[in-house]
Design a protein around this ligand. Structure first.
Ligand SMILES: NC(=O)c1ccc[n+]([C@@H]2O[C@H](COP(=O)([O-])OP(=O)(O)OC[C@H]3O[C@@H](n4cnc5c(N)ncnc54)[C@H](OP(=O)(O)O)[C@@H]3O)[C@@H](O)[C@H]2O)c1
Length: 432
């Protein structure tokens, strides 16, 4: 008789539904290729009367998480409720009860992944979280299996579909940020409260997990320099389009001289870079390995079925190990400690847009201050002047050569004190 792997699922929202549906769609293929059947036998549903838009026999529902976390018949717990708590405690209880855990929860893994991974190891069970980074893109599995022979020097990701959709629409149709955000919310690409996405925090959680996986070091999300997309204006988009760039919210990290530098910020990406052509809600991860060289993964970073595909992939991977009765985990997710240290942003090329009073000597004042701070200017553009409250002002756009962000901010503080400077409107990294 075919072995049955029993799964208990916590949560039946977007991804819970997508995971259930992906299993129903592909049950026979999974069974034929693996030799075992996967059954979602219990589902934590705190509102069992709510219409979930999918047929699920109601006997599968429970409102009591302990019925799943302690059920001796359940082999794998799939956590899809989201948020740090109670998700972390539920996962910890499942692991302590000898169950392997699969989750899509980047917030909980970025905050508590190490503790959960240690607990999994102690209890000889497995912890998997492929869906937590870039949804349907199998980046973590690839990095920790097929690409394990590499040392990686760089990773750059477009890891948030909402912000990529907004920036693409702004870039292609010249629309305002606020207008596109409203449209994205209406189409279901953005949450009613978009802070985690547009503020860059969602991408920082994912970058934190990538840094641990790729570089074997801790970078807590709160230690990752994070800038969202809310300051990106039409003027920035126009400059980028006219100068051979696309603006992307990039989550990047690189190794240099034994240190890891990185952050999340909107960046000008040259159109010749493969990440520049990643549009709308799509995600991509670009890595550079010392054997495989440049490699880019592209796909849907969110949505019920793509994310459900990644969740089920983890369930099948874990089930295969259980099937062989070997929960010994050879995949070094979150347990590989390289001794490297994460130190923040490092030096980058930057784009600065400011509004100045249009009169002789202004440019000289600014370049003198940049010079005093050791900052070299690659290019400067003045846009057409116009009148505001009887004063003629003009936007100035600088690209400066590589400089530490704190040095740049120090210079800009000094520049801002000059009475001919009206505002400093945006600072963005220029990717190379
Ligand atoms: N949405 C995506 O495209 C996507 C992509 C990648 C990863 N993820 C991750 O996947 C996870 C789930 O996201 P989602 O979009 O499916 O969220 P969602 O639609 O809000 O679903 C969450 C589900 O969990 C339930 N829930 C929340 N808190 C609970 C609690 N304390 N006790 C019991 N049930 C609780 C909710 O119940 P009610 O419905 O009854 O309120 C709902 O069924 C998150 O960690 C998210 O970051 C999502």
């Amino acid at each position: 008789m075919k072995k049955i792997i029993n799964v208990g699922m916590l949560g039946i929202g977007n991804i819970g539904r997508g995971t259930y549906q992906a299993l129903e769609m592909n049950r026979q293929k999974i069974s034929e290729t693996t030799g075992f059947d996967i059954e979602i036998v219990k589902i934590l549903n705190r509102h069992p009367d709510k219409d979930r838009g999918i047929y699920i026999p109601k006997e599968k529902y429970t409102t009591d998480p302990m019925e799943i976390l302690t059920d001796p018949e359940i082999d794998i717990v799939v956590e899809l409720i989201g948020g740090i708590e109670p998700a972390t405690e539920y996962m910890a209880t499942a692991l302590a009860n000898g169950k392997s855990v699969v989750t899509a929860n980047k917030a909980a893994i970025a905050a508590n992944g190490k503790r959960l991974a240690a607990l999994a190891q102690e209890n000889h069970v497995l912890l998997r979280f492929e869906a937590a980074v870039a949804g349907g893109i199998p980046i973590l599995t690839s990095l920790t299996t097929a690409l394990l022979s590499n040392r990686f020097t760089e990773v750059h990701g477009i890891l948030n579909g909402t912000t990529n959709y907004i920036l693409t629409q702004m870039g292609e149709y010249g629309k305002d940020y606020a207008e596109v955000l409203k449209d994205a919310q209406a189409k279901g690409f953005a949450e009613a409260d978009p802070t985690a996405d547009v503020g860059g925090f969602d991408a920082a959680n994912k970058l934190s997990i990538l840094i641990s996986t790729i570089f074997g070091t801790d970078a807590a999300p709160e230690d990752i320099p994070t800038q969202g997309i809310t300051s990106v204006g039409k003027e920035d988009i126009a400059f980028a389009n006219g100068s051979g760039y696309r603006i992307k919210l990039l989550a990047s990290a690189r190794e240099m001289g034994g240190k890891i530098y990185g952050g999340v910020e909107p960046a000008l990406v040259p159109v010749t870079h493969p990440l520049a052509s990643v549009s709308n809600e799509f995600n991509a991860v670009f890595v550079r390995g010392n054997a495989v060289d440049d490699l880019m993964f592209y796909g849907r970073g969110a949505g019920p079925l793509p994310t459900g595909s990644a969740v089920l992939g983890d369930v099948i991977g874990v089930a295969r190990k259980l099937e062989k009765d070997s929960a010994y985990d050879i995949v070094p997710q979150l347990r590989y400690d390289s001794g490297l240290t994460f130190v923040g942003e490092g030096a980058n090329k930057y784009y600065i847009r400011m509004m100045v009073v249009e009169k002789p000597g202004v440019l000289g004042k600014i370049t003198t201050i940049f010079g005093r701070h050791g900052i070299s200017i690659e290019s400067v553009q003045q846009k057409a002047p116009y009148e505001v409250n009887g004063e003629i002002v003009a936007p100035l756009i600088f690209i400066v050569f590589k400089v530490e962000k704190n040095v740049l901010l120090g210079a800009l503080d000094e520049i801002y004190k000059e009475d001919v400077i009206k505002s400093i409107d945006n600072i963005m990294r220029v990717a190379e």
